[in-house]
Ligand binder design. Structure first.
Ligand SMILES: *Cc1c(COP(=O)(O)O)cnc(C)c1O
Length: 392
């Protein structure tokens, strides 16, 4: 641990490198060394680092108006909400939060208010292997019991079912259930895409039983998976969609969209946040969405995913390449953490999403040349770790 890092609570392992600057797909450490970023800060900087349009929007907004509280209207937020509603197919309304977990908190409260008023419904059913956040409620929604143990008792009203198993969900939906909460691709759980049949079946089941279908697009949304929202691959219309990571390209912002009939369950005073929707964050999101639409990032994500798949599948020590669009896991016949250390030593940033899989989520604006560099680096780092010749 270096310097003042000792003042930070030990919630993360000691960091291996200190980054001081970024530009596009490249990061620079405090010695001036450059690294190809294939992770994008966990699928956040989808437009790369220091994107000029986002930087200009932030600077200009900082000189104009930062904050007024949500007691007054400001300009960028409603415009961003309108764009998000259009990208989701229309007919909804948006609540702005500051993170993915907060976007999900909004969805959970909305589901309780909507379901409770009608029929005493309050429970949220999610899947094992899911990740929905670290606040107490979203931690309980997160289907990873090992993460719950130290923090009991957690808020009541959550249940978990096997992933991609419609019968299990069918059995779990009783009259106390207000919502089903699912990721289209389990991101933190190992990059496990849902099947289209599952998502369509969940939609039918939720409609039949009067339960809300909430889709957590915090990691998968905003072009990352090859559509504006990953559930659009499956031709389903959710009742509620949450998003965050890529929305600010690094500026903290989250959003919860709901069909207007559902959103109408909230009345003034039901939910609030000091910062959510404030001009700085929404100015960044407005610039991000404008660049994303101009560059057609969903099409780029499909191209990146296909290139990673073609370049890495069947290489020595690579067991499987899975994912959706540019959210990819590379299953390796080696310790994934050793491979990411080897990659970092070679100037490439990736992460180990499971003990045996790397996660790759490059900038959606990465050049073909940089992508090819990344692919060869991953293949050779896997080979080096397996032959015991790695230098990390
Ligand atoms: C990252 C993530 C979250 C939590 O977002 P934070 O901004 O860290 O609170 C929630 N859901 C999914 C699917 C995520 O990937």
């Amino acid at each position: 641990m270096t310097g003042s890092a000792g003042f930070l609570m030990p919630t993360y392992p000691p960091p291996p490198v200190t980054f001081v600057r970024g530009e596009g797909s490249w990061l620079f450490d405090d010695t001036g060394r450059r690294y190809l970023d294939l992770l994008s800060g966990l699928a956040v900087t989808s437009l790369g680092h220091a994107h000029p349009a986002v930087a200009d929007a932030l600077c200009s907004q900082a000189r104009t108006l930062l904050h007024t509280s949500n007691l007054f209207a400001t300009l960028p937020g409603p415009a961003v909400a309108g764009t998000l509603d259009r990208l989701l197919g229309g007919g909804g309304q948006v609540f702005f939060a500051n993170s993915g977990a907060e976007a999900n908190e909004c969805a959970i409260k909305l589901a309780r208010k909507f379901g409770g008023a009608a029929a005493g419904r309050y429970k949220v059913v999610s899947a094992y292997g899911s990740f929905h956040g670290r606040t107490l409620a979203t931690l309980h929604a997160t289907g990873q019991p090992a993460k719950h143990e130290a923090f009991q008792p957690l808020p009541e009203g959550f249940a978990h079912v096997a992933w991609d198993d419609l019968d299990a969900l069918d059995r779990a939906i009783d009259p106390s259930v207000a919502a089903v909460l699912l990721e289209p691709v389990q991101g933190e759980g190992g990059v496990n895409p849902a099947s289209a049949e599952y998502f369509r079946g969940v939609r039918e089941l939720c409609t039949e039983r009067g339960v809300l279908f909430v889709v957590d697009e915090v990691q998968t949304g905003l072009g990352r998976c090859g559509r504006w929202f990953a559930h659009q691959h499956f031709d389903v219309l959710p009742d509620v969609v949450t998003m965050a990571k890529a929305l600010g390209n690094g500026v903290p912002i989250g959003a919860c969209w709901a069909r207007s009939e559902v959103a109408a369950a909230f009345e003034p005073g039901d939910h609030a946040t000091t910062y959510g929707g404030q001009p700085l964050a929404t100015a960044a999101a407005r610039a991000v969405l404008a660049v994303m639409e101009a560059e057609d990032v969903p099409a780029r994500a499909l191209h990146i995913g296909a290139t990673l798949d073609a370049g890495l599948t069947a290489r020595p020590g690579i067991v499987e390449v899975r994912g959706l669009g540019a959210l990819v896991a590379v299953e390796v016949d080696a310790d994934a953490r050793s491979v990411t250390s080897e990659l970092l030593a070679r100037g490439i940033v990736a992460n180990a999403v499971t003990p045996s899989a790397l996660r790759l989520a490059p900038s959606l604006l990465i050049s073909d040349e940089d992508l090819a560099t990344g692919i060869e680096a991953v293949a050779s780092a896997v080979a080096a770790v397996r032959s015991g010749s790695g230098g990390a």
